[in-house]
Design a protein around this ligand. Structure first.
Ligand code: DGY
Length: 327
């Protein structure tokens, strides 16, 4: 029977599906397997189900002479070296589509929470500070009627735009390439990155982490934003330069931030962002609904099963590797 290593406990339906076709070993700990363990475990594996916390690179793939497929339990795949896998004929897959709406829900939650200072307000009450109704107590930013700037208008960005319609927001977007079809469908306006920065009341990030998007939000970007602006990041931490974000939040250059992702994750205990009232941070839970995480698990398993059966996985990221295996 083929062997599959799963680098963390994922929802059972995914594991059940894998067990019908393979001998499955699951890393049982809360923390990811240490690098040496992962390198050892892949040695005799036919398939690996990885998480965004596992680095899949040439060094790892060189340990794994039997490995056919690595199925990432995530839509983002910046943890994987696509060209290293393609060179070695290893198929890579991800979980697109199934987490779009759940992630957009969380992005919108952060827009609301950071804009209306919900977490700060909750802390205020819990600390026993609520004395009376206050005319200027915990004033925040209106969401309805505000301008939302989306960086990226792919599946998740578009889903956030749809939610913004219900709040009567004006939606601007910047993306490479421009998507005119989607603009018409959603009634959103394409602007340059600088225009997006200067005109938006809320900015929500929906691009993958690539060399081009790393530190896209840096000191220069923050200097172009409104002092009332709120930044939301549910994409990947390194898209935001955290030192620059801290300075912008601390100095009042922008009003607030809502972060689902950080760099690194978890943040170090002395990360100064953790001390600010105007930042709302959650631990990378944008896709964390029971239904979505379960669907991600079955989707990752379906990709593994297809590869083990010699079929093309439905969510293949490197079709060239498939072509290479067929030769
Ligand atoms: C992803 O899928 O890329 C998210 O960050 C985790 O669901």
């Amino acid at each position: 029977m083929p062997k599959v290593f799963v680098t963390r406990q994922i929802p059972e339906p995914g594991l059940d599906l894998l067990r019908q076709f393979a001998e499955v070993k699951v890393w049982p700990e809360e923390l990811p397997p240490p690098r040496e363990t992962l390198l050892r475990e892949v040695k005799d594996c036919d398939a690996l189900v990885s998480l965004l916390t596992d680095r899949i690179d040439g060094e790892l793939l060189d340990q794994a002479s039997k490995l056919k497929v690595v199925a990432n339990y995530a839509v983002g795949y910046d943890n994987m070296d696509i060209s290293a896998a393609t060179q070695r004929g290893v198929l890579l897959t991800n979980t697109p589509g199934v987490l779009t709406d759940t992630t957009a829900d969380l992005a919108f939650t952060l827009i609301l929470a950071a804009g209306r200072r919900i977490v700060e307000a909750n802390r205020y009450v819990m600390a026993g500070k609520w004395k009376t109704w206050g005319p200027t107590l915990l004033l925040g930013q209106d969401i309805h009627g505000a301008t939302l700037g989306l960086v990226g208008l792919g599946r998740i960005g578009s889903a956030v735009a749809r939610r913004a319609q219900g709040f009567n927001m004006k939606v601007l977007y910047y993306s490479v390439p421009r998507n005119e079809e989607m603009e018409k469908e959603l009634g959103v306006e394409y602007v340059s990155f600088d225009e997006l920065l200067s005109q938006s009341d809320f900015i929500s990030i929906h691009v993958p982490l690539t060399p081009d998007t790393r530190h896209l939000f840096n000191a220069e970007a923050f200097s172009k934003m409104k002092p009332t602006a709120v930044l939301v990041n549910t994409a990947r931490g390194p898209i935001v330069d955290e030192a620059a974000l801290y300075n912008a939040l601390k100095s009042g250059q922008i009003a607030a931030a809502g972060l689902d992702v950080m760099d690194p994750e978890p943040p170090k205990a002395d990360n100064p962002l953790l001390k600010l009232d105007n930042v709302t941070i959650v631990p990378h839970i944008a896709s964390a609904s029971i239904a979505t995480r379960t669907r991600m698990a079955t989707m990752a398993a379906e990709n593994v099963v297809a590869a083990l059966k010699g079929q093309i996985p439905p969510n293949i990221l490197n079709k060239e590797a498939w072509d290479k295996r067929r030769k």
